[in-house]
Write a protein that binds this ligand. Structure first.
Ligand code: IPE
Ligand code: IPE
Ligand code: MG
Length: 227
């Protein structure tokens, strides 16, 4: 048993739709409720000393959802980033994104860029939003970069050309909502992550549950292939 604060926590925020359905609400109400939890959990991670919190917000596969839901998610993201700016600044949070945002509207891309620029001095926690993110897409883009720079294919070079370049590997991966799969999330970076799956839907996830997971993490023995 030790008391390590994980440097990097990654979350698959799942179950917004089912949370809403159980309440006879539209799926989109679940996404709005989920955005509130993003704020709470981000502030909490900063306060307890986590350095990177990576949140799966939109996958390369999520374009397959109904057009109206995709549009809602895009608007919610833009609204969230604009409204959260004071929260980022007050809490020393820096925003970074991973994924290919070139498919987003110009306006959303601009909001993302502006928020990244304005929060660039945050030193407490980096909140990494995975946007139009797919791990396979990320690895393909990294290998293409190696080719264009004429770099040899090595673990180090791949790592330095992933969207997560410079970040520590994932210590804890958490997926909410009872699904037990990775859904194309950080396949490389999760190589030695400790994984936690909870039945809680994302809009019901809270700081106490996160603290419990971190305690469990500290009771696990990470061997990294040794004995
Ligand atoms: C996760 O919740 C949020 C996103 C994928 C954007 P879901 O929308 O996947 O919720 P369920 O899985 O349908 O309940
Ligand atoms: C993963 O959740 C993507 C995000 C949380 C953004 P999904 O709900 O899209 O994953 P699947 O389709 O159930 O695997
Ligand atoms: Mg889901």
């Amino acid at each position: 048993m030790n008391n390590t604060v994980p440097a990097h926590i990654a979350m698959i925020m799942d179950g917004n739709g089912r949370w809403a359905k159980e309440r006879n609400l539209k799926r989109t109400a679940g996404h709005s409720a989920g955005a509130e939890v993003v704020r709470k959990i981000t502030i909490h991670c900063g306060n307890i000393g986590v350095k990177y919190l990576t949140l799966y917000a939109f996958s390369t596969e999520n374009w397959q959802r109904p057009k109206l839901e995709v549009e809602f998610l895009m608007k919610l993201l833009e609204k969230y980033l604009k409204q959260e700016l004071p929260v980022y600044l007050e809490n020393g949070i820096k925003l970074k994104t991973i994924g290919d945002i070139s498919r987003f509207s110009k306006s959303l891309q601009k909001t993302i860029k502006e928020t990244e620029d304005k929060t660039a001095h945050g030193t407490k926690l980096t909140q990494v939003l995975a946007l139009n993110y797919g791990s396979k897409d990320e690895i393909v883009r990294a290998v293409k970069r190696l080719n264009s720079k004429n770099l040899e294919v090595s673990e180090e070079n791949i790592e330095e050309n992933l969207d997560t370049a410079g970040m520590p590997n994932v210590d804890i991966l958490i997926r909410t909502s009872g699904e037990v799969r990775l859904s194309n999330y950080l396949l490389w970076q999760n190589a030695y992550a400790e994984m936690f799956f909870t039945n809680t839907y994302w809009p019901d996830f809270n700081e106490n549950e996160l603290d419990d997971i971190i305690s469990d993490f500290n009771n696990r023995e990470r061997r990294f292939g040794g004995i």
